[in-house]
Structures are given as C-alpha cells and as structure tokens.
Design a protein around this ligand. Sequence first.
Ligand code: ADP
Length: 464
Amino acid sequence: MSVLRNGLRLRARIVLAFALGGLFLSVLLSAITYSVTRSTNLDQRTESAERQFFANAASIQDLSLSADPSYSELLRSLPQVAGGSPILRDTDEENPWIAPALTAADLPSSLVSMTESGDGAFRMRYDRPDGVSSLALGVAISNTNVSYFEVVTLSELDGNLSSLLLTLFVASFGTTMLSALLGVWASTRVLAPLTSISSAAGSIAAGDLSTRLEERADPDLETIIDSFNNMAGSLEARIERDARFASDVSHELRSPLMTLRASIEVLESRRDELSERSQAALDLLSDDVHRFQRLVEDLLEISRSDAGSLDASFDPLLVAQLLQAVMRTTNHLDITLNVGQGSDEALVNGDKRRLFQVISNLLENADKYAGGATAVNLVCSNHNIRIEVSDAGSGVPTDERNLVFERFARGSAARRRGSGGGAGLGLALVAEHVRLHNGRVWVEDRTDGLDGSVFVVELPRFHE
Ligand code: ADP
C-alpha cells in the first residue's frame, strides 16, 4: 500500500484506478450474467425434463392397467428430452431393473429409496459414477410396485456455461485493458495542465519572469491558472521593484562617489605635503572608495541586466585579439597566452565591453585569490570557443563551484584572505555576461594534476 502511495507516479495511479475500476465492473457484470444465464438455463431444462417425465410416467401408469404390461417395449418408444434416459424398477419381477440406455448404478440410491418409500415425485441433481453432471427424476406408479425414473444429462448445459464463462473472461480481460488505455488517455489529458504549469514554473525559475499560463475555458482549471498567473505577476513586479531600487540607489551613489574620488585624487596629488598618519589614512580611504565604486558599478550593471535594459551591441570579434587587449590593458602581459592551432582567426559575435569585463574579472580574481593567473588558453572547435584562465592557487572546493557564480556569494578563498576584497558580485556578473552571449562558464580542476583552478568560458563560435 505504501508503495502505491509513495512509489507510483500520479499517471500510473490514474491508469491503475481505471484498470481496477474496469476489472471490478466487468467481473461484477460477468458474475451476474453467468449466474442469471445458468439459473435460467437450468430452470428451463429442468422444466422441460419434468414435463416430459410426467407425460412418460402417465403413459406407464396407463400401461400398468393392462393385464400383462410390457414395460421394456414402452420404455424404448417413450419420447425423451435431449440427453434423457428412462429407467424402470418393477419389484414384482425377478430382474427388477429395466434400463435401456443406462444401468441401475447410474441412479442415486437415495433417490430410489425416497421414491419407493415416499409419495409423489422426486428430483435430484448429482454427478453420475462416470462423472457426468445429471438430473434424476423419480416417481412411484400408483397401485403397482413399479417406480419410474429418468436421468437427464446436464453436461451439454455445463459445456455451454463453460464457453460462456470463457467468453466472459476474455471480455473482462478486454474491458480491463480498454479501461487501462482509457486511463492513459484520461491521465494525459488531466496531467496536461500540470505539465504546462510545471514548465511555466521552470521557465520562471530560469529567469523568464514574464511567463504566464494560457487561459483555458475550463472552470476547474480557471482558479489554478489565475492564482498561478497572479503569483507570477506579483513576483515579477516585486523583483522589478527590487531591481529598480538597487539600480536607483547605485545611481544616486555614483555622483557623490565620483566627487569623493576626485577629491581623493586632489589630495593624492598633494600627498607629500601630508603627514605620515594622514598619508596612511588617505591610502585607506582611497582603497575603500575604490572598492565602493566598484561595488556600485557592479550593482548598477547587475540591476540593469535584471531589468533587461542592458544596451548590448554585438559585433564579430577576434577572440585572440580581445584576449591580448585585455591582458595589455590590465597589465597582465607576463601571463602566457596559448592560442590553439587555427584559433587565432576564431570569431565570436559579442559585446566587446562585456567580454572585456569577463576576462579582466577572471584575471583579477586569479590575482586576488591565487597569486595570479599562470596561463590563458584559447581552444576552438568548429562550434565553440573555450577561454581557459588557469592559476596555481588552492583551487575552488567542489561544493563551492556553483555557489561562487551566485550573487553576493564569497568562497573559502575569500574568507582566507580576510573580510577585505569584493562583495561577491564579480563572478555573478561574469555568468550574466556569458549567458547574454549564449555561453557557459564554470570552474574545474587543472588537468595537469597540479593545485589551482581553471575558469572556463565557452562561447558559440561565429562564422562569417
Ligand atoms: P569576490 O571576489 O567579490 O569575492 P567573485 O564573484 O569575484 O566575488 O568571486 C566569488 C568567490 O569565488 C570568491 O570569494 C572566491 O572565494 C572564489 N574565487 C574566485 N576566483 C578564484 C580563484 N581564482 N581561485 C580560488 N577562488 C576563487
């Protein structure tokens, strides 16, 4: 039972319920049909056998009135129902039994004794010694020592009933199968709305907040569709509100931060005139303002991407050239750039600024958490472009490999470095930008077995 409750899927449960329902109904109908047919046939046969029996008994009674009745001759000429055989017992005779077709042993002895000692006619259903199911009738002929019996075989009736039983069994099996098929059809129809609800929920979870369920003219589904769509609507509104809030706040913070930055630059230009303590304070302030500015820029970018208002411009870009430009601009020229065979011509249809940010973020992280990148590899296939940024740090633990791409998520490498550094938005932005290019980004172990990690960006290759 618990397997039924926990183990079977809804579709299987519906099909099973239909099949069991079909089986129950067909077995019930078969049982009723069988028992009604059986009793009707048995009644009819018994009735016609009795009618013939009493007519024959009357003929014997008539014959008994004659001076020297020849019962055996009469028995042979008496009409019989199909499967009927007469037997006569005349205790006045030395050989009392006259049984043209059967023998005395074919009669149940209890019926013989009842007939001879009682008054009137008797009837009995029994199985003959040869196993044939039969009906025996007996009556004592008045004013004589004669008893008349008839044995009617019922095996023909049993045969008919057996074939009826077989037919009903086949029909029940067929009905059960048909019910199961009906169950498959019904479950597909019943589950269809659930399938669309689950795929709509999946697409909302994947980020498409505008997903809604189609209206259906079914009052049973109307409520659930309305509730789902209302829920999705308020979720979308809320997320938009939050994104707008983050975007507005970041925007508002931008100008004062720029003023602050400019003021710090002025102070830095007069650094020599400051005391040592003031210089140290200025350095701290400059670092914090730089970090704050970076956080505000990242937040602004992420909230713009949430609101779908990113102004992306896609152009065919030479990836090898882009990598060189990033490394040059961010002072990473000391890192080896390995461009695979035929990869120097590889193009990506991308947004230059964003792809620049993706690579520079990965290089910057390698600096922050792994003592610098050891190599940047560019490997291309006909369909894909792989950019691999390797380092020789302590690597990213397996259980953090998805987490580090989440917003505001910082890994154990960041905790080891203390509370300074970023806010956990860098890789989230990388993932966002790569997704915008229909690509994927992930982190894996180095293939040469040394310590460190490899951040892999995979983008679709563009062919002109
Ligand atoms: P942040 O640098 O602000 O912490 P990121 O999103 O850039 O945010 O990085 C998320 C986390 O990923 C980091 O906190 C760090 O634990 C981990 N990480 C990123 N790059 C590396 C790297 N090259 N080696 C080890 N860990 C890394």
